[in-house]
Design a protein around this ligand. Sequence first.
Ligand SMILES: Cc1cc2nc3c(=O)[nH]c(=O)nc-3n(C[C@H](O)[C@H](O)[C@H](O)COP(=O)(O)OP(=O)(O)OC[C@H]3O[C@@H](n4cnc5c(N)ncnc54)[C@H](O)[C@@H]3O)c2cc1C
Length: 318
Amino acid sequence: MNGPRIGIIGSGMAGLACARELTNRGYRPVLLDKGRGVGGRLATRRAGDGLRFDHGAQYITAETDGFKAEIDRLICEEAATAWELEDRSVFTGLPSMNALAKGLATGLDIRRETEVVALEECAGSWRVHSNDRAFEFNRLVMTVPAPQAIALLGRSHALSEAISAVRLLPCWCLMAAFSDAPKSGIRVERSRSGPFSWISREAAKPGRQEAAGSQANAYVAHASPEWSQDHLEFEKRDVERLLLELLCQQLNVDPASATHVAAHRWRFAKVSVPLGMPFLRNSNATLYLGGDWCLGARVECAWQSGQAIGKALPEPDA
Ligand SMILES: Cc1cc2nc3c(=O)[nH]c(=O)nc-3n(C[C@H](O)[C@H](O)[C@H](O)COP(=O)(O)OP(=O)(O)OC[C@H]3O[C@@H](n4cnc5c(N)ncnc54)[C@H](O)[C@@H]3O)c2cc1C
């Protein structure tokens, strides 16, 4: 194949959507991700004893025809399923949220555990440095959260200035399992004053009913943006202790019955001030910036942004 060599930083939903669109058009993009797996915030944490926690996005909504078609394909591949949640029809990954990303990643060239630490633009192409090697690309797509894109580009870059108003809120997540706990289902806490914005028993989600043992009493609890911001720089073990106490109060469970407790900090969890357009590119169209932060705080927004970049890049032979 002739045409530019394209690199994509990030294999979350935006990077994967972009890569799939480009692959359909005859490109063979290379994705670089610092994570051990794919999916970014479409994340599932595995722990001992068969425990599994969806600690990032909980469900997805599909409002546009293109994303609905993508979800239908994932449902056919048994990587997603419908979920009647309160009064809404949403979707979740099967058997966990990360399956959605894995379904999209099939066949792509993804270099995991490859953290990009520096970028150099030279003569219209990009040299991308990871910890142990450098990659050369003619076109570079960055789908990392906006503050991380600014850190890589430098504050004085024209695109950094253009995205400096974008804001993402943090989220501390608690993953806990109990030897015994009420078999309650999903609790969505929407109070602005409460400590949690979301509490779910993992086995109450569709496709997870077969869960047995500790997984039957495995919970994910997301602290509210306000609580997370107030405790942003706390030590992880202190957050685990504080959130476990709060969760046990809510569930009416003895903290001593916890068999597993872990916290994860999402420094950039949900977009509160989006850019307002699907992506940005530099003046010579060699650098593209995208991600959920372009359009809003949802997985579908990330998909729309990545897809729009994939469509905007020129034909491989152009
Ligand atoms: C706790 C939480 C709950 C949420 N709940 C929902 C929900 O219920 N429904 C919903 O629709 N959305 C939800 N969201 C938002 C949703 O997860 C995101 O909108 C979406 O997944 C973002 O995709 P993305 O590709 O834009 O970014 P990301 O998923 O963040 O992907 C960016 C990728 O870039 C990689 N990366 C970053 N820096 C570098 C670097 N220097 N080098 C290499 N790789 C790098 C990261 O490892 C990551 O894989 C939630 C998010 C969180 C955190």
